[in-house]
Ligand binder design. Structure first.
Ligand SMILES: [Zn+2]
Length: 260
């Protein structure tokens, strides 16, 4: 599932390709992905306007329009943007297409149709309306310590979008591994040094993943994610990784580096 680093890579792609181009035409192949609008409603707001900027909050990407509106994209389990010109056939699973006046197309591609497309007045209004927590990359150490006073399991807290926006199943495993914290520890049981380490790991892991273009194979050599599979080994101590259920998901961890 696209998490913060994947969406940030997508935001940079949108910035590099589609800014300041007048939208001439919109087409929605999967109306079920639209939240709070219709294919016609989307077309009415977008047509004749241009994206002047982009923004991201957690796993949401925003294309900001020239007047008090923005397009909101969420990528569900799998999804991406593709920008191209004069392609004879659209990319498979194109669920929404924007055609710009200059002839380029921007396709929202989502094989599993689990994403979401919406309109909002502004990113801030959308974030408030959805009750999202602070973006994981802007979360301060004090905010994190405050959240961590809760009884919740730490993996559950890291993935709770209402508390911290942007982290999902994969990157929570990496953050816990880098901070040497067991996924089923209760947040409230962690000491100050562990909390500091976790907060540092959030920034370190997400920034490293963005630098690696959210491609696990290009992550630093001491990262767990490329080993996150049956038989995978800890990059630090070579122990065989284990899984445990936490937050309703399978958490991968090293039993030696992340003792309970
Ligand atoms: Zn280990």
């Amino acid at each position: 599932m696209p998490e913060l680093p994947d969406v940030e890579v997508c935001r940079r792609y949108l910035t590099a390709t589609a800014l300041h181009q007048r939208i001439a035409h919109t087409r929605v192949a999967a109306p079920a992905l639209l939240a709070g609008t219709t294919p016609q409603g989307l077309g009415r707001v977008l047509k004749g306007r241009a994206f002047t900027d982009t923004a991201r909050h957690g796993k949401y990407l925003f294309g900001i329009l020239d007047r008090d509106h923005c397009l909101v994209l969420h990528f569900g389990m799998t999804g991406e943007l593709q920008y191209f010109r004069h392609r004879t056939a659209l990319p498979a699973h194109t669920q929404c297409l924007l055609r710009f006046a200059g002839g380029f197309d921007l396709a929202y591609v989502a094989p599993r149709k689990l994403g979401r497309i919406a309109l909002a007045d502004s990113p801030a209004a959308f974030v408030q309306d959805q009750g999202l927590g602070p973006d994981a990359l802007t979360l301060t150490e004090a905010q994190f310590a405050e959240l961590a006073s809760r009884r919740a399991q730490i993996k559950c807290l890291l993935m709770d979008q209402r508390r911290i926006a942007g982290i999902g199943n994969l990157y929570s495993d990496e953050i816990l591994f880098q901070a040497r914290v067991h996924p089923r520890c209760r947040a409230a049981d962690l000491d100050a040094a562990q909390l500091r380490g976790l907060h540092r790991a959030i920034g370190h892991v997400l920034q490293a993943a963005i630098a690696a273009h959210a491609d696990a194979q290009h992550l630093p050599g001491d990262f767990l994610l490329p080993q996150r599979r049956p038989g995978g080994r800890c990059p630090r101590c070579d122990s065989t990784l284990q899984t445990v259920q936490a937050a309703g998901r399978s958490a991968w961890f090293c039993p030696r580096c992340q003792p309970r």
